[in-house]
Design a protein around this ligand. Sequence first.
Ligand SMILES: Nc1ncnc2c1ncn2[C@@H]1O[C@H](COP(=O)(O)OP(=O)(O)O)[C@@H](O)[C@H]1O
Ligand SMILES: [Mg+2]
Length: 410
Amino acid sequence: MSETTQANPVFSVRKLWKVFGPKAAKVPGDQAYAGLSAAELRARTGCTAAVRDVSFDVHPGEVFVVMGLSGSGKSTLVRCLTRLIEPTAGSLVMDGEDVLAMDSGRLRELRRHRASMVFQNFGLLPHRSVLDNVAYGLEIQGMGKAERREVAARMVDKVGLEGLGERRPGQLSGGQQQRVGLARALAVDPEVMLFDEPFSALDPLIRRDMQEEVIRLHHEEGRTMVFITHDLNEALRLGDRILLMRDGEVVQLGTPEEIVANPADDYVRDFVRDVPREQVISVRRAMRPAADGEAGTGTALAPGALVSEAIEAVARTGEPARVLDGEKLLGVVGHEQLLAVVAGNGGGAGTSPAEEAAEAAVEDAAEDDSAGADRDGDSASGASESDSGAGDKDSADHGDSDNGKAVAGV
Ligand SMILES: Nc1ncnc2c1ncn2[C@@H]1O[C@H](COP(=O)(O)OP(=O)(O)O)[C@@H](O)[C@H]1O
Ligand SMILES: [Mg+2]
């Protein structure tokens, strides 16, 4: 990831606002409103600032997660990216091009070819077959029937719906329907896929399958993704970076590891307090400098290895594990450092002295590694959970929608 982060951002968003309500355009620039909470602003002006002075870049090839509770402005933000919702103020650049200056033709082209959206409620056309639903975006692009059906058939296979191309959406489970939505978005070969809580209507096991599917597709194709969710576990599992929103504002932007290890405020700390830290935090953050004579033995771990792996290694060998960047010894992790990470889990009581020492050591040792967690961290964070399997779980009934709170661990 880190070598791609220098490239032109796919999206570059600066001081973006979306205000709903009377005289909305007056709100962003007015200092009188700047310090007001969302509720105060609503009371004073009748306006809702759904997106409030938001800035971020989405880098090529990353999964950029926007997370927040219901009503925090996620959907508004993602719709602003393609101007399905017109921003009230700020700037928005895609691949170096000013999106706010695009005419309707250019905007149509952006929506049809460059960015495609996957919705929570699937958005399928009920009277069309799976194949024709998947081909829909290509049809709008003007592609001929034979060609688009051929592409669609490939996409149907790609998302694991082999043999179901002639069915109607109503004859599919919820998970299968969302696979159709995924295939339809993929079919146009977009530069970036935008997901607005695509899996929150699915039950937890099927949701897990779909998350695996997204991870697989992302690994295969390296496509840039902006993924909206209210589910912390989903965010931690999928995100290279996570933008955390509250009341339209950015609370924190960072890798999953950064957010769990260094919550920006009490709100975030509370949000992440039940996360098993050893499955998100890497040994790079946990290690201490090696003492004389410690350089030779102990299991060798990469800096991005998770603390959970180190716990296993230290338990097995009974001696501290070494953190190596190639040949170079960065530090060691022993019982004390590992326990400090795990203990940080308890009740938001702050960092222990051992952890602070370890963090200081990390800061010294790893200033060349500010890019943070790598993909290994992400995929490994799910690795210790019981495997729901790659099999066909989609046959389950899709009548229930759950509220996304059922998945306990990361
Ligand atoms: N068209 C609209 N008119 C007025 N208020 C809206 C509109 N759309 C969204 N909002 C408000 O903006 C806020 C953010 O909504 P939304 O972006 O849908 O949040 P999320 O997707 O995070 O649940 C909410 O307070 C919502 O009520
Ligand atoms: Mg929403």
